[in-house]
Design a binder for this molecule. Structure first.
Ligand code: ADP
Length: 360
């Protein structure tokens, strides 16, 4: 088990900088997820750790070894890709043994490692099959097994679940979480899927345009997003954003005016902590309260009944849509008027630079 340290890591392709001076300590044994939209640099970063891309500037250490100049095979990491790339003419057993035989591991040791990995991944009965005789999920388990038998110091996963259908993705996600619990190895995982990140990660690194927006535990990032970008990226449905004006102060906490005639709402955010300039209010659907005495009112345009909860998309008088989570026992139909208040303790404000300000 080994931690990984990135210091000032930068990647340029010609003139274009795709990763900029990135510092990060990946702790020994943690499940760290790089999360961000397509093109933000997640894979490039993972591939630099693996040794599949050169580093333009900065240092990468794995354990106490600086690895910038080491080829992938000497870094002590194993990578699992989105495309599992198994050898079609080899059995599952031979696919898992191939790399080990090439690096001179003895046959008895190879067999022990494969049997152990196969038990853990429930591949025992499939060892003599060829990849074409396996389902997509089984193939991906073989690809994970091939990494496990290398007994690496760290696992690197590049969107390994994105080729699987939805049900299988969920099951494999759970399996991966259990593998991490059993092996306790350092795992670094790249995804653009926030649900995957939220369920698997010890810590999430949210990336945007080659930089880190926020690092934190999943719920910390959900509850206290550091920036407007993170607030909008994490959570489904996305957070509601409304441009607001300063409208007073209640015991040191800012009151804001919404762009709807006469509607002011209190926040739990210290007025003195806010910089000058425009403010945007952010509130999640579950913190918009259906309240017959609330100051906001609008028309329910669309109701999404999701089973465990229902969401209403409510149009405000300024035509902005607000997504509201409905109480379980409330039956509302399209076209109904909904009155609402905002849960002041869970209102966030974003300044002009996109920095978040939270209540106490
Ligand atoms: P992600 O994994 O977050 O989708 P990538 O790491 O694949 O993003 O890519 C980050 C950026 O680097 C993108 O803008 C992509 O176009 C660019 N990029 C990736 N590989 C190359 C390459 N070989 N040459 C030039 N640009 C590249």
């Amino acid at each position: 088990m080994t931690g990984i340290r990135l210091s000032g890591v930068t990647k340029r392709y010609g003139e274009t900088e795709v990763i900029t001076g990135l510092d990060l300590d990946i702790h020994e044994g943690e499940f760290l997820v790089f999360l961000g939209p397509s093109g933000c640099g997640k894979s490039t970063l993972l591939r630099m750790i693996a040794g599949l891309e050169t580093v333009s500037d900065g240092q990468i250490s794995i354990g106490d070894r600086q690895v910038n100049e080491l080829p992938p095979g000497q870094r002590g990491v194993a990578m699992v890709f989105q495309h599992y790339a198994l050898y079609p003419h080899m059995t599952v057993y031979d696919n898992m043994a191939f790399g080990l035989r090439n690096s001179g591991v003895g046959a008895t040791d190879i067999d022990r490692r494969i049997q152990e990995a196969a038990r853990m991944l429930e591949l025992d009965v499939l060892l003599q099959r060829r990849p074409s005789q396996l389902s997509g999920g089984q193939r991906q388990r073989v690809a994970i097994g091939r990494a496990v038998v290398k007994e690496p110091e760290a696992f690197l996963f590049d969107e390994p679940l994105s080729n699987l259908d939805a049900a299988l993705r969920t099951r494999t996600r759970v399996e991966l979480a259990r593998i991490h619990q059993r092996l306790n190895s350092t795992m670094v995982f790249v995804t653009h899927d926030q649900i995957e990140a939220m369920t698997l990660a010890t810590r999430i690194v949210v990336m945007n345009k080659g930089r880190i927006e926020q690092i934190g535990a999943p719920l910390e990032i959900y509850k206290r997003p550091a920036t407007r970008f993170v607030a909008g990226f994490i959570g489904a449905p996305a957070m509601n954003f409304i441009d607001v004006e300063r409208a007073g102060d209640n015991g040191g906490r800012l009151i804001v005016a919404l762009p709807v005639e006469g509607v002011k709402v209190p926040t739990a955010i210290a007025t003195s902590s806010l910089p000058a300039g425009k403010l945007t209010l952010g509130v999640r659907a579950e913190h918009v309260i259906v309240d017959p005495n609330g100051p906001l009112s609008g028309r329910a345009e669309v109701i999404e009944r999701l089973g465990d909860r229902s969401l209403a998309h409510v149009s405000l008088p300024n035509n902005q849509l607000l997504v509201v989570e409905l109480p379980r026992d409330l039956e509302i139909d399209t076209g109904h008027t909904v009155r609402m208040s905002l849960d002041a303790a869970h209102v966030h404000l974003f300044d002009e630079t996109g920095q978040a300000h939270h209540g106490v």
